[in-house]
Every structure is written in C-alpha cells, then in structure tokens.
Ligand binder design. Structure first.
Ligand code: LLP
Length: 426
C-alpha cells in the first residue's frame, strides 16, 4: 500500500496534487511520500514485536538525508555499504551503535572511519577482510564487533543480478567453512565476534528461500555456541520483494515474514536484525515525467518521455517492470492505446516498457512510474550530460525539494582543465 492515489481522476502524493509539484519543480523528478516510508518501517518493526530486534534500513535503496532523518526519527538503524553511506547515516543523526556495515570490500579507510565514529557491527565477508578489520582495530586500540556473513547456498529465486546466496556468488563465506572461519576470528586481536549474518538476495517473492537459509543459520548458531562462541545477534539481511506489477503479484507481507523468523529462530534467544531496503522505499516513491513526443513508428507508437535510463536504470538493467500511469486519468469511455515508452538517451536500451497498454496520451501529458522509490535516484547518473533529477518529499499537504536539479554550469564546473590545455588555449 502507498499514498499515491487518485482523487477525482488526478494523482495525488498524500494530499498534494502531483501536477502542482510538476508545475513548481519541473519534470522529470522523484517524489516520495513520508507516510509510506513511515508505514513500511513500522510494518517491519511491528512484525518483530516481542523479540529483541533492530530494523536497519538498507539505505542503498534511497539515501537522501531527508529520507534517512524521517526513518531515524522512528528509531531505525541503518545498513551501510560504503564510507559514503556511513557518513550519510551519521550526518542524518543516526548514532554509530545503530549502524551496521555490510559489503564485500570494505577498505582500511572505511573501516577506520567506522571504528572512530562508532559502529554497531561489521558484517565480515572474507578472511582477508577480517584480517584488515583486526589490524585497523588493533592499531586504534579498540575492539571491532563483528558478525560473519555466511553464504548458505540457497537459491533466492530472483533475478540473477540480485541473487547473492548461491555458492557462485561473491558474497559471504561458504557455510560449510563457517566453523573454521569463526575459530580464526576468535584468535585474532581487536575483534569481538557477536553473531552471524546472512543475506540471500533482493526482490524475493516467496518465504521458502528465506526459511531455508534461516534454518541453516539456526543450526550453525547451535554448532558455534557448542564450540564456545558467544552468538547473540543474527542479522538476517533484507530482500523481501514488493508488488511491482500490482495487477498480478502479491509477495508475502512483513507480518508473515516476521512470523516465520520467530518460528525458525525464536528459540535461540538472539537479538534479530533485518536490513530491508526495497520494501521500505520502493512504493514510497514515484518518478514523474512529461511526454515530449508521441512518435509513430512503422508498427508501433513510441511515447518519448523526458526521463531516461540514466534517471531510472532498472528496466534497462534488470528488465524490471514498473507500472506507468497517467497523472490525470483518461475520461471514461476513451479508447485505450498501446505504447513503447522510451527516454531520449541515444541507446535502444533506453526503453522503459514495450507494448504497454495505457490511456491515450499527448505531448505535454504527465506520467508517473510507480514503485520507483528504491534503487531509482540512487542509481541515476548524468549520462548524456543529463542533470540528476530533483527529489521531492511530501508530508501531508506540504512538499519540499530535498535535492535540487543542478545547473549545467554546476555539472561542467566539476571538470577541471589541466595546465597544459589552459596554456594552449592562451
Ligand atoms: N542487505 C544487503 C547486504 C544487501 O546487499 C541488500 C541489497 C539489502 C540488505 C537490501 O535488500 P532489499 O531489502 O532492498 O531487497 N539495484 C537492485 C537491487 C540491489 C540489491 C542489492 N543489495 C534493483 O534495483 O533491483
């Protein structure tokens, strides 16, 4: 559920007409709903009620400071995967003891940044990374809390590019080698082993793969405890999917996921951490574009819109489906149309949808890409020297630009000219 609904045939973001934002901000832009972010965070928090837990929002999904502050105010922790994300979390006021550091390639600089600024735990993904954390912590004279990410070799049944829990993936340590790696961790200085981490992939639409992975984690917890390791925290990763195609998909709800977690892991009395990103942010955001031209091809109509693959790369990168809706609904009785919806970038891959059935549209009409809040703005680029599009946050009947569109000058002035070129131009 989200808060982008039609009222009298016109799309609203909470209590604000999307048309009004477009008139003030210009298109294309991302528009987020505070109420949807809050609702989704609470759904997870409530799903784990009764167990000691922390919901660490995977901020890679959408990391604007205003979004982080919105979630932090509800008590969210953050899952970060780079020094930049760590700095963003801190800048939004998230205390170090609520920040979890994930990712396969933490550098020494990033490790030091987190150890000096405060960290809840590092999720360690390899022996060399463990050695690096041990070395940096020892040099700083501190102890680094760690979990080890295990790779349970479970098929997440999702898109190959976002599956992470199979043995061929680069993530984690094979669960079969976990005992030996935990023994190594216990022997290294500067490390405090506190738990186990697992994350098997993203956009999972069934509970079974999660359950298979968590059962393996439960077994491992008991084995490691028997060997004397103090396993008190389980980080279960993120990954619960969202209904991108509303007409025909209904992934499990956080409450069902939470019930399964309690059933499979409850007896271990561990603190539970989860790292949802997409489910919190995905349906909390839309991308609003304007139709530039309706172009007739030989056998199809193209809707050329002012947003492109550089603004929302998911369709080009993962063949992802986004529902695309008109901001102003068609008059009843109007003939529907079928379009290939494309952006202006000079690549055929800049295609959002093929043969999409929609209301008839004309130049200047506004459309909205639903479910664009996660992995939308954060994955955008300035390809074709297209400015990063603004982000707007709505709360009730108010809205604010939370990242503005840069000017061409700002983009160009980030380049610098080497001396030898300056001289030749004199
Ligand atoms: N934790 C870890 C360690 C992760 O790698 C990820 C996502 C998450 C949590 C959050 O997963 P979520 O709840 O959002 O599924 N760009 C892709 C998705 C990449 C996901 C990467 N890792 C897309 O647009 O579909």
């Amino acid at each position: 559920m989200d808060h982008f609904l039609y009222r009298d045939g016109e799309l609203f973001a909470e209590d604000v007409p999307v048309k009004e934002i477009a008139a003030q901000v210009g298109t294309p832009f991302y528009c987020y709903s505070t109420a949807t972010f809050e609702r989704h965070f609470r759904l997870f928090d409530e799903a784990l009620e009764g167990t000691d837990h922390l919901v660490c929002y995977a901020m890679k999904a959408a990391s604007n400071q205003a979004i982080l502050k919105t979630l932090a105010a509800l008590g969210a922790g953050m899952d970060v995967v780079s020094g930049g994300e760590y700095a963003r979390a801190k800048a939004a006021g998230v205390p170090g003891n609520k920040i979890v550091f994930s990712g396969v390639g933490k550098t020494e600089d990033e490790i030091e940044l987190a150890l000096t600024g405060g960290i809840r735990q590092f999720n360690v993904e390899s022996e060399p990374e463990m050695a690096a954390i041990s070395a940096v912590a020892s040099r700083l004279g501190v102890e680094a809390p760690i979990t080890i990410r295990v790779n349970p070799d479970v098929d997440a049944k999702t898109h190959a590019k976002i599956a992470t829990g199979k043995s061929e993936n680069k993530f984690g340590i094979p669960i079969s080698r976990a005992k030996e790696v935990y023994a190594l961790a216990a022997s290294l200085p500067g490390l405090k082993v506190i738990g186990i981490d697992v994350h098997i992939g993203s956009q999972l639409t069934q509970l079974a793969p999660f359950e298979a992975a968590y059962k393996k984690v439960a077994e491992l917890t008991e084995q490691l405890r028997a060997e004397g390791h103090d396993i008190k925290r389980l980080d279960l990763g993120g990954g619960l999917g969202i209904p991108y195609e509303r007409s025909n998909s209904a992934p499990p709800l956080p409450v069902e996921y939470g019930a399964m977690v309690k059933r499979v892991l409850g007896h271990l009395n561990c603190e539970i951490e989860i790292e949802p990103g997409r489910l919190i942010a995905g349906n909390a955001g839309i991308m609003v574009c304007k139709v530039i031209y309706v172009k007739s091809g030989e056998d199809r109509e193209f809707l050329i819109v002012d947003g492109a693959m550089n603004d929302l790369i998911r369709p080009a990168m993962y063949e992802a489906h986004h529902d695309i809706v008109p901001v102003v609904e068609a008059e009843p009785g109007q003939e529907p149309a079928q379009y290939d919806i494309v952006g202006p970038v000079c690549e055929s891959g800049d295609t959002f949808a093929k043969g999409r059935n929609m209301a008839q549209l004309a130049d200047g009409d506004l459309i909205a890409f639903r479910s664009a809040g996660a992995y939308g703005a954060v994955m955008s680029s300035e390809y074709n020297t297209r400015p990063l599009i603004p982000e707007v946050l709505v709360k009730d009947d108010q809205f604010a630009v939370i990242r503005r569109r840069p000017t061409y000058e700002e983009m160009i002035n980030r380049d610098s000219i080497p001396e030898w070129l300056d001289q030749t131009s004199d």
